[in-house]
Design a protein around this ligand. Sequence first.
Ligand SMILES: Nc1ncnc2c1ncn2[C@@H]1O[C@H](COP(=O)(O)OP(=O)(O)OP(=O)(O)O)[C@@H](O)[C@H]1O
Ligand SMILES: [Mg+2]
Length: 363
Amino acid sequence: MTTSPTTTATAAGASSATAASSKAATTTTTTTDAAAATSYELPWVEKYRPQRLDDVVGNRATIERLKAIQHDGNCPHLLISGLPGIGKTTSVHCLAHALLGDAYREGVLELNASDERGIDVVRNKIKTFAQKKVSLPPGRHKIIILDEADSMTPGAQQALRRTMEIYSSTTRFAFACNQSSKIIEPIQSRCAILRFAKVRDEEILKRLLEICEMEGVEYNDEGLAAIIFTTEGDMRQAINNLQSTYTGLGFVNQENVFKVCDQPHPHLVRAILESCRAADIDAAMDRLDEIWSKGYSAVDIVTTLFRVAKTLDSLSEAVKLDFIREIGWTHIKVLEGVSTNVQLGGLLARLCRLNMNAKLFEL
Ligand SMILES: Nc1ncnc2c1ncn2[C@@H]1O[C@H](COP(=O)(O)OP(=O)(O)OP(=O)(O)O)[C@@H](O)[C@H]1O
Ligand SMILES: [Mg+2]
């Protein structure tokens, strides 16, 4: 996907403004100075928040549906669900901007988890807004955005049912949430449901490269790959990690990324898995102890084991599947509360066993 001219223009405008202000402040720019100069500006996640649906990366099919609504102008009630940091709130605001234009300020009421959203608010604030007269472009409706709607109490959600119907000639509701199951059925049935999936790695990479270029970030390919490894489809975290690494350490390479993101280094984790493949339990345990002594939790280690195992080419397909199954079982046990070193040691023993002659274990 290519960046649309608007994003490039806005972002380029923003970065040239930054460049101008930092030039005024300092005349000599070494890498550290450059990093220091950027440390007080807007977080990049906000600076590069897409302004138009075309600028939202990934989830093409869902974005196309939103664009169809934008062209049609008649917005149904919407429920957008998906994991954190993948563009839900951004997309709802882009749609509202596109539909209402200059009337956006007057015509949109946003309530998120930081606002009080109990039954009283639904009764008063939402109803008052729904009754308010606002001049909008012809054929358009006021929009009430209920962000992080899964944190609304069921009582408050119940109170919305009739409100949504009574004011539907003038007002549309857009819900955004992480878990659609926490939205009561009657509201789900009143909405067009859109699901956002994780952003794909290559799409995140493309966006990171654009930001690197606009911000003049110094990086190498392994550094960006490490950022993508640590974020697992969460665009917000990818951009935040890029900014933290660059502003903190001045160069985005693998070493710096893992220092800043503080996750078990995949090289060490890979070494554990390689030792298990060679059925060398002593070496595997030594490496596990090394990671454990750095203070990582069992969840950190087990999730990194999974991510590395998934991409470990030295394992045959069958062994890889066995490894992933064992890691999955251990993940369940860790989440159930048994998150000790012994639990992880047990996992490594089972992984080693998979690579040993089964006859050795016959009684
Ligand atoms: N698909 C995307 N394309 C471009 N930028 C994105 C995308 N998703 C997230 N971002 C970046 O991450 C920031 C946060 O995105 P957004 O607020 O839309 O996340 P969200 O899906 O609403 O997450 P949450 O569930 O935590 O509310 C945006 O400001 C933007 O910089
Ligand atoms: Mg959001």
